[in-house]
Design a protein around this ligand. Structure first.
Ligand SMILES: *Cc1c(COP(=O)(O)O)cnc(C)c1O
Length: 372
């Protein structure tokens, strides 16, 4: 006989999902109502407003896509890229490689700008790529590379694209709510995120925003978007500005209660206060790790406070340490991804999980397991 599933209470300090606050979990369990119920439509409108606050944008097309961050990435590309286009894609970790995949599956050419995993995107190389490929009409980069714990200079990169009349796709899955993000001021055109990182909501939704220039390009497409589900022209009819909502799909009603609550918590704290909290807990964690003799993998200027890449010391068994943290301390930290597997740990301090108790818990557990 199968039984109900009761997960243990873990402390989630990996690359996501992060700890979900009890307020968000309780919102998730409220009664399901119809997705075209007038009260639900009010909730959708208020969720849009809260997302505009979080993204620092007045973009009308600002919505949570009913699918995870990877679908947000795909939606950005399938809507903005047409067959035959040239797109400049920056790669300094795992997620830039997925952007390349998306561009090529749209029938476009990806011009890759490569940087070492662990370094930020080099704006000089992006300038050179535009000079060598003047037909490029889109730039894509990851603001917070979760695979390496590195932030890139989004403002400068967006500025370069604007100077070359290109639109910009920015991955902010790990950024939103954790570090400064200014969609309108920077001039980013298609920006997607996720709910399970610094918003500390349940996984499975992708907050997104499209600039008026992006909407114009979508409306002027020579061909239909190859994905029916992610076609923004259709999604706009469902999440549109007027009160007429055309049925497109059934919104994940309860997951949207949870997202609304998570965004309310963020607004109550205030964006700037949330950024300062992420930075302060990061500073304490780094101090503690370095005091134990561990080394950070990223230069201080480019470190993400919400995702801390730590070098695994020689002779330490990666899998055994993470296994013991999980079984003895109910504590999850992240493994290295791709080329960094076995070389680094990724310690998340995201959203609700970015607090002094977790910093202390992680340092104590690591000391114990490493025998310090
Ligand atoms: C987590 C993550 C994604 C993918 O999000 P999912 O919700 O797992 O699909 C994309 N980009 C970055 C930078 C991420 O950290």
């Amino acid at each position: 006989m199968s039984q109900s599933f009761h997960p243990p209470q873990r402390t989630l300090m990996g690359p996501g999902p992060s700890d979900v606050s009890p307020r968000v979990l309780s919102a998730l369990g409220r009664p399901t109502i119809g997705h075209l119920d007038p009260l639900f439509i009010e909730l959708m409108d208020d969720t849009k407003r809260l997302l505009q606050y979080a993204f620092k944008t007045s973009n009308e097309l600002t919505i949570p896509l009913s699918a995870p961050g990877s679908a947000g990435m795909e939606a950005a590309f399938v809507n903005l890229v047409s067959p035959g286009d040239t797109v400049i894609v920056c790669q300094n970790g795992v997620f830039g490689g997925r952007m390349k995949e998306n561009v090529e599956r749209c029938g476009a050419t990806a011009i890759m700008v490569q940087d070492r995993w662990g370094d930020p995107v080099d704006p000089q190389k992006v300038e050179e790529a535009f000079a060598a490929n003047p037909e490029a009409n889109l730039l894509a980069f990851v603001h917070s590379e979760t695979s390496t714990g590195v932030r890139s200079d989004a403002k400068t990169l967006c500025g370069i694209a604007k100077a070359h009349d290109a639109l910009v796709v920015v991955d902010t899955v790990t950024t939103l709510g954790g570090i400064d993000l200014r969609v309108d001021e920077w001039g980013a055109d298609a920006v997607y995120s996720g709910t399970q990182k610094c918003l500390s909501c349940v996984p499975g939704l992708s907050p997104m925003t499209f600039s008026p220039a992006a909407v114009e390009r979508i409306q002027a497409r020579p061909t239909k978007v190859q994905s029916w589900f992610l076609d923004m022209q259709l999604v706009m009819g469902y999440w549109g500005g007027d009160s007429k909502r055309a049925y497109h799909h059934t919104a994940p009603v309860n997951a949207l209660y949870a997202l609304h609550e998570a965004l309310l918590i963020l607004e109550e704290e205030g964006l700037e206060a949330s950024f300062a909290r992420h930075q302060a807990n990061h500073d304490d964690l780094v101090l503690g790790l370095e005091t134990m003799g561990l080394e950070m993998a990223v230069a201080p200027e480019w470190r993400l406070p919400q995702l801390n890449a730590v070098c695994i010391p020689d002779g330490v068994n990666d899998g055994e340490v993470r296994g013991r943290l999980l079984t003895e301390f109910n504590l999850e930290i992240g493994a290295g991804l791709g080329a960094l597997a076995g070389k680094q740990w990724r310690i998340g301090l995201m959203g609700h999980a970015s607090n002094p108790v977790n910093v202390e818990r992680c340092l104590t557990a690591l000391k114990h397991v490493l025998g310090h």
